[in-house]
Design a protein around this ligand. Sequence first.
Ligand SMILES: Cc1ncc(C[n+]2csc(CCOP(=O)(O)OP(=O)(O)O)c2C)c(N)n1
Ligand SMILES: [Mg+2]
Length: 301
Amino acid sequence: MKEEPRDNYLASGHNACPGCGVSIAVRLILRASGNNVVVVSPTGCLETFTSPYGMSAWEVPWVHSLFENAPAVASGIRAALDYQGNKDTQVMVIGGDGATYDIGLGSLSGMLERNQNILYICYDNEAYMNTGIQRSSATPLGASTTTTPATASSYGEKLQKKDMIGIANSHNIEYVATATIAYPQDLMRKIKTGLSVNGAAYLHMLTPCPLGWGFESDETIAMSRLSVQTGFFPLVEYENGELIRVKKIIDLKPVNNYLRAQRRFKHLTTDENQDIKDKVCQVVRRNIKKYGLQENSNNDY
Ligand SMILES: Cc1ncc(C[n+]2csc(CCOP(=O)(O)OP(=O)(O)O)c2C)c(N)n1
Ligand SMILES: [Mg+2]
């Protein structure tokens, strides 16, 4: 197997929780991008744990924007670099699901429409984790959060997760993909591809959160892998809106394995919530069909 460079541009000593999926993702992202890059991050866990007052874990130029305007800030940085004739320095946004799906969506849409040379990366931990696990429009159906708690009279989140891949593709950009930390080579290849296209690219990255999802801190990679192996989080790639690659599931795992492993879904595994669990399974079955995730269908790596 080809050796990847071992560069690390996210210094140790930051104060992420043990097992934080985001910190693992960002180390891989920066390893793939190299250090000729400017990163913009909106408010969220990543910003908070990498930049406590007076300190920074970033070994590359990094800008903290408002929650709602990271894509606009990145656009300005790209325009300034272009004006200087600097085509080599890359610009990336790394923002949470709250910033991407909800509060910064308008700004992101503008950025994708302008189609400047910027890679937008959403790190998706499926809730507003930094402020105490509130639901976002990335929270999956049935998940318990502090604003959609599972109680005797409620089964948790009532809505389906928003289709960000569809939204990104609707902007007719050259590259849209999904990735997760259990598949680091795949993740880094997608970062490199996203940076190599001549225009805006969108990469969606699932980053499991031990605290918010309710699992042990040494299970983060296992949870990331299970999300793919159960069909919850398909690994896909689009070029100019066309699906070009899908990671097949060789050994499809039961959805129950994923639900049982996380406190936020535990209530779905009881008899009373069987109908919601069926709806969750339907979402997964739809993924499997839509992307031909099972071994004997057409798209493959
Ligand atoms: C306009 C605005 N609204 C709300 C907040 C409070 N706030 C700070 S971080 C955060 C959660 C961020 O969620 P997400 O983008 O998913 O990132 P995560 O914390 O999960 O990493 C919120 C609501 C804010 N800083 N600015
Ligand atoms: Mg989040």
